[in-house]
Design a protein around this ligand. Structure first.
Ligand code: ZN
Length: 208
C-alpha cells in the first residue's frame, strides 16, 4: 500500500452524535481535513498526544481508502479499495473555543497523531459493510459502537461530494464521521479498534 495523501474528515454524519454535542443536523456533507502528520497506524505501539491542552476526545469512525482516481459518475465501490477503523482525536475544549470564535478547527483536530487508523483491510462493498458494526474498546470496555447504515450521508454521497470539491485520488483517506458515544481519553489508556468482532488495531496513549 502506498503513502497516505489527503486526510478528509466528515463532521456530523450521525444524527445522535450531532445532538449529543448540541449541533444542528447538516443538510449537506460537512468536511474538514487533517495534515498528513496526523496519520499513524495503530499497531500496538505507544502513541503520543498533547496532555496539556484540555480534554482529548475519541471519535471512532469508519475510514475508507481511495485506490484510484475518482471521476464524476463513478460508483464509490469502484474507487474505495480498503477500509480501516480510525480515531479522529479531538481537543474538545480547544474546539469549543474555536467554534465560539467562528475559527477553523485545525488546532483542535490537526495535531500530530490525531488520525489513528487500524491496519487497512480489503473493502467489502458499501452494502456489505452495513451488516457489520465497528467499535472502540477502552481499557477492556466497549465505549463506542457504530454502523455505517446510520450515516446521514452515505459513502456514495461522501465520495461524490469530496471528489467534486477537493478531488479524490489514490492514497486519499476519508474519516466518515462518528456515531454517538464520544468521550474523553486519559494518559496510559489502551485503545482497541474492532471490526466485525475482530480487533484490527490497538495502541497505548502517552500524554506528553
Ligand atoms: Zn470526527
Amino acid at each position: 500500500m502506498g503513502d497516505i495523501r489527503n486526510i478528509y474528515c466528515v463532521g456530523r454524519n450521525y444524527v445522535a452524535h450531532a445532538k449529543e454535542l448540541n449541533n444542528e443536523v447538516p443538510s449537506s456533507p460537512f468536511l474538514f481535513s487533517k495534515p498528513t502528520h496526523a496519520f499513524v497506524e495503530a499497531n500496538g505501539q505507544e502513541i503520543h498526544l498533547p496532555g496539556n491542552r484540555g480534554s482529548i476526545h475519541y471519535e471512532t469512525e469508519l475510514v475508507i481508502r481511495i485506490g484510484s482516481k475518482h471521476e464524476k459518475g463513478m460508483k464509490a465501490d469502484e474507487v474505495i479499495d480498503r477500509m480501516g477503523i480510525g480515531i479522529d482525536f479531538t481537543l474538545r475544549d480547544v474546539q469549543s473555543e474555536l467554534k465560539k470564535k467562528g475559527h477553523p478547527w485545525l488546532l483542535a483536530k490537526g495535531f500530530p497523531n490525531s488520525a489513528v487508523v487500524s491496519k487497512f483491510i480489503e473493502f467489502p462493498g458499501i452494502n456489505e459493510i452495513k451488516e457489520k458494526d465497528f467499535s472502540l474498546i477502552r481499557n477492556g470496555e466497549m465505549v463506542q459502537v457504530g454502523n455505517s447504515k446510520n450515516m446521514i450521508f452515505d459513502l456514495q454521497t461522501i465520495v461524490d461530494f469530496t471528489s467534486l470539491h477537493f478531488g479524490l485520488d489514490e492514497g486519499d483517506i476519508i474519516f466518515t464521521g462518528t456515531p454517538e458515544g464520544v468521550g474523553q481519553i486519559f494518559d496510559r489508556d489502551h485503545l482497541s479498534l474492532k471490526w466485525d468482532n475482530k480487533i484490527i488495531g490497538d495502541c497505548f496513549i502517552k500524554f506528553t
